[in-house]
Design a protein around this ligand. Structure first.
Ligand code: BGC
Length: 808
């Protein structure tokens, strides 16, 4: 891996940027986002606003609003994850007629930006000189409180280095914001907020309240700004409060003395009408500030909250400090997006975190890559995120019915109420053309939900979840697959037509007007798996619940019989050489001239956009955006696949996996950050070297913004969590089957030792894996005894203890 030490240059838990570089700001802002699972704010400098360089966005999980836009005469509607008022603004100037300080208005002699992963803080250290020769140093530190989810803090230590005199400090709450981050969406309406009220509750507490114009979510922010001298006594300051629509600021007039620092403390509180245990949001925000302690105390609590999180979420990768540093960054951003603070928020996994506005914060299938990691660390969080789906089961039922199917058809992109939120047209930035978007035909999202429930249940044995929620979801998803499948008497098989596979590029046959492609192998095999698992789920449930569900859902024996039949007679397309075809007819497509395209456009290609801009279409080529067929090997072991193939009465050649990987490897453009992740996983056992190379690329997806400008629009949460999960489940060989936890490591050559903690069925255990041994330290818990098998040896743990297994 190319060195990352330029940025991680002191300790392994700090991301450090030296110098101010406006061009790099959008990426830094995304990577330096702070959050606590309740809200998050991009790492924009507090003295800046939305302009061509900076974008201080603030987001809350599930905080959506829908708006209509007129695109060239066509009215379209989109639901966005709203950018809420900016709570950061803090700046100063010397006199009324001078400009306000920002990194863009002074001559910086020192500028260092530090994201501290251990404590969840963002620090800027700047020294600068203005045009009158005054030199000033500001150390700024902020955090969004992991332990007190409504609170955030920002502190300045401002030291006049060669001058004494008066200054004006301005602290504000700014609701004059819109959704404006993603250039492709800028022609669409992004004005989601209506200002409701500004004011002050006490001399030092100001507030601002807004609502979303359609979804009517109310959000209030309050800010308490105080200034202290070096001896901690309040600095005498005259205050003037300025209010305009959607904006409130306090100007504090102070005197400074050379080399005597002033401490400016801004503590902010944010409450919404979506909270539980709440009253009105201005009342809650101002009241929590009256009670909030000073920043020092809040900071001590913040450090403690993160310390506890790291105890659960750490990874130690010996001899691979670079990998370890990036894994820390990935765990950090995952926990800032969803955490215990999100548990009552009715949110799913936003693919781009709470770090930007790409994909409008919609919930897609990315949870498939995130939940398995959480299942072994904080399973209660997976449970609450799965409830996001359960609450939208009726919407999915309605969608299926309206489309002429039965069961539950979950949307490809889901937002507030569970309807399909995929855009109907999108702008291709390369051609400047608005093109029709039918990616909602990715019906496979429902299978991902069923698979996630199975994984969660298998890992946790949470019978109550399966009993009351999970089983109903699985049965309704299975019912949908059965109704989507059509019997083809010629083939004597069932088929699924007119869909789009995970690849996303192939939306129709060449020159065809008909939408979608037929018999996407991944979709069909997932449908088989869901139907089979649904039947098994009915067996797992006790008789009263099985009868209850069959009665409620009106599931007849004949319908179950049909599920069984479809799950045995689904069509799977193969190519001449026996390799699974991505979809029926894939082998008839043209080969792409990969060398020419890669030479011209680089390693990770968005071929859909490139070819459309050349008046061609990616539909014409054997070219995938990301792993599609290979997803099957990502989700299922070879034994599980064999059993599915046997059920379908298709031959299963174990070498098929290797040949399929080789075939699709040379036809994949890696236009999604999920792609390398899957390639790394599927090659882990057969080609360790290639697996590790793909892993290293997946690892730097965001850190290096490898997709060329997508990270500034939001991090790629699934790739982040997926890289953690590869360590946790793939290289370590951690897997639960039939109530046994198997640990069969298979480390890549480059990886010498790996250790981490997992939580399995209410027990914590610490695993240390190297080439010669596996050590399990069982921390003792309060769950039932668990069975573990490693290297063919089976044992049961119930209490504190440890075991070392030497590999032969
Ligand atoms: C991928 C999808 C993914 C989405 C959000 C797209 O580029 O093709 O599979 O769900 O990004 O991460």
């Amino acid at each position: 891996m190319e060195s990352i030490d330029k940025n991680f240059n002191t300790t392994d838990r700090q991301l450090i940027y030296e110098g101010y570089n406006p061009e790099e700001e959008p990426l830094r802002e995304a990577l330096c986002t702070l959050g606590n699972g309740y809200f998050a704010t991009r790492g924009a400098h507090e003295s800046t606003t939305d302009d061509s360089i900076h974008y201080p966005g603030t987001y809350i999980p599930g905080g959506y609003n829908r708006l209509e836009s007129n695109v060239r005469g066509q009215i379209i509607e989109n639901e966005d994850l709203v950018n809420w008022p900016n709570w950061l603004p803090l700046t100063f100037r010397y006199t009324e007629d001078e400009v306000w300080f920002s990194p863009d208005t002074v001559e910086l002699t020192t500028y260092r930006q530090i994201l501290d992963l251990k404590t969840g803080t963002l620090t800027y250290i700047h020294e600068f000189m203005d045009d009158r020769g005054r030199k000033t140093r500001i150390e700024s530190m902020r955090f969004i409180h992991m332990g007190k989810r409504h609170l955030a803090s920002l502190r300045w230590r401002l030291t006049p280095l060669n001058w004494s005199g008066d200054i004006i400090i301005r602290s504000a709450l700014d609701g004059r914001v819109s959704n404006n981050l993603v250039a492709r969406y800028r022609q669409l309406n992004g004005n989601h907020l209506q200002p409701l009220k500004t004011g002050y509750s006490t001399e030092n507490i100001i507030y601002l309240k807004v609502r979303t114009v359609q979804s009517d979510i109310h959000l209030a922010q309050a800010a308490r700004t105080e200034v202290f001298d070096a001896d901690d006594s309040p600095a005498a300051a005259k205050r003037i409060t300025r209010q305009e629509e959607a904006y409130i600021a306090q100007d504090l007039f102070l005197s400074c003395r050379k080399n005597h620092p002033l401490y400016v403390e801004k503590v902010v509180s944010l409450h919404t009408s979506r909270d539980v245990a709440t009253s009105e949001s201005i009342y809650q925000s101002t009241n929590s500030l009256v009670k909030a302690p000073r920043i020092d105390t809040l900071y001590t609590m913040q450090k403690r909250a993160w310390k506890h999180l790291w105890e659960r979420f750490d990874h130690r990768v010996e001899d691979h400090k670079q990998t370890q540093k990036i894994l820390h960054l990935h765990a950090f951003h995952l926990l800032q997006t969803i955490s215990i603070n999100s548990i009552d928020l009715d949110t799913g996994i936003p693919p781009r975190g709470l770090h930007g506005e790409a994909y409008r914060g919609h919930i897609m299938w990315d949870e498939l890559f995130v939940f398995p990691f959480l299942n072994y660390r904080l399973p209660v969080l997976t449970r609450s995120l799965l409830m996001y789906r359960y609450r939208r089961l009726d919407a999915a039922r309605n969608a299926a019915r309206e489309a002429g199917y039965k069961g539950a058809m979950f949307p490809w992109q889901s937002g507030s109420d569970g309807r399909e939120e995929s855009q109907s047209i999108h702008l291709n930035p390369l051609s400047g053309r608005w093109v029709s978007d039918i990616t909602h035909l990715q019906r496979h999202v429902g299978a991902a939900i069923a698979y996630s429930i199975q994984q969660y249940y298998q890992t946790t044995d949470d019978k109550e979840f399966l009993y009351f929620f999970g089983a109903e979801l699985i049965l309704e998803i299975a019912r949908f697959w059965c109704s989507l499948a059509e019997y083809n008497p010629d083939k004597k098989r069932y088929e699924i037509k007119g869909v789009i596979g995970p690849d996303e590029y192939h939306t129709a046959y060449p020159s065809s007007e008909r939408q979608g492609i037929d018999n996407n192998a991944y979709t069909n095999i997932m449908a088989v798996w869901v139907l089979k698992y649904a039947l098994k789920t009915l067996d797992i449930l006790d008789t009263p619940r099985r009868e209850e569900l069959c009665e409620d859902l009106q599931l007849s024996p004949a319908e179950l019989q049909l599920w069984d039949e479809v799950s045995r007679k689904m069509f799977v397309p193969f190519m001449e050489d026996g390799i699974i075809a991505q979809f029926e007819g894939y082998d008839q497509l043209k080969e792409l001239d990969w060398v020419t395209y890669r030479t011209k456009h680089g390693e990770n290609l968005r071929l859909d956009r490139i070819l459309e801009s050349e008046n061609d279409s990616v539909n014409n080529y054997k070219a995938s955006k990301q792993a599609d067929v290979l997803m099957l090997f990502y989700l299922f072991s070879s034994a599980e696949l064999r059993s599915l193939f046997e059920r379908l009465e298709y031959p299963f050649d174990p070498d098929l996996i290797r040949r399929a990987i080789d075939y699709y490897r040379s036809r994949t453009s890696h236009g999604s950050t999920l792609s390398r992740l899957v390639f790394s996983w599927v090659q882990a056992r057969s080609d360790r070297d290639s697996s590790w190379k793909a892993y290293e690329k997946a690892l730097v997806s965001d850190f290096r913004d490898v997709q060329g400008g997508t990270t500034p629009e939001g991090i790629h949460l699934a790739a982040m969590a997926g890289t953690l999960d590869i360590m946790q489940r793939c290289y370590s060989g951690v897997e639960v089957r039939d109530d046994v936890l198997y640990i069969n490591p298979h480390l890549p050559e480059d990886l010498h030792e790996l250790s981490f903690r997992i939580r399995y069925r209410s027990h914590w255990m610490d695993l240390t894996i190297n080439r010669t041994s596996l050590r399990i330290c069982f921390e003792g818990g309060w769950g039932n005894p668990v069975t573990i098998e490693a290297d063919g040896e089976r044992f049961t743990f119930s209490e504190k203890g440890s075991k070392t297994i030497s590999f032969t």
